[in-house]
Design a protein around this ligand. Sequence first.
Ligand code: G
Ligand code: G
Ligand code: MN
Ligand code: NA
Length: 254
Amino acid sequence: LDMELALRRAIDQQELQLHFQPKVNLHTGKFAGVESLLRWQRPGHGLVYPAEFVPLLEDTGLVVRVGAWIIDAACQQIVRWLNDGTGPVRVAVNVASRQFVEGDLEGVVREALARNKTPPELLELELTETALMVNTERTITVLTNLKALGIKVAIDDFGTGYSSLAYLQRFPIDKLKIDIAFVRDITTNPNDAAIALAIISMAHSLKLQVIAEGVETRAQLEYLRRCRCDEIQGYFFSRPLPPEALGQLAQSGR
Ligand code: G
Ligand code: G
Ligand code: MN
Ligand code: NA
């Protein structure tokens, strides 16, 4: 309960902030954008990570409100980077299940894009399989409306949830993000390697891009490159960084 109160206060006191983890294009070796990751600068506690409070945000439904703030903050940051000379940076935002299922995601995104004058193609949403499968007809409608706004859509943590392959071709999405669970032992566990390769092949057959998360070693990177994976993200390249730290990195990659 203390935590919930503190979180409610955090929202009002603007203690929430976004950090950004770079993604790299494996075909060109160049910077390919970032994933935004929520942080809580909690007075007396330092920087608090989402594992400690995102579940509570979900349980209390606060995630719908915070989620709208996150999307607006990401749109704002995109424009800040455009204006400060960093250049165009595509930002992928995590969307919580409840935010997708209960919130007016289309309205939130439309307003955030308009208010900040953000080029829509620089915004991407990362949705989970679970959220997409709750009501598949509604999902198709919402995704179609989101795509009409000009943004990109990815399925996060792919391979760990329950999603019917039949829906992969019906959902208007752009990208699959291979879950870290298959990447971790990709160079030592033949099953994980096979699954990752199968996901990449299937995605490409369906004209989807593929990104692998949690890449920590050059060996993982090289395997994924041989599999024709399009992008990677992980500590091998960079940890999540505060927005100020990103400018140079983004420019060096161009
Ligand atoms: O880097 P990290 O420890 O920050 O993230 C931990 C988990 O919290 C990840 O599963 C990530 O998807 C989730 N998370 C991070 N930022 C956000 C966010 O902005 N919104 C939602 N819904 N989840 C987030
Ligand atoms: O949204 P998602 O569940 O994909 O969140 C990504 C999570 O993975 C975040 O907690 C982020 O900090 C973490 N992460 C990013 N890169 C790496 C990595 O290379 N190794 C590990 N172990 N975790 C990572
Ligand atoms: Mn994610
Ligand atoms: Na993930």
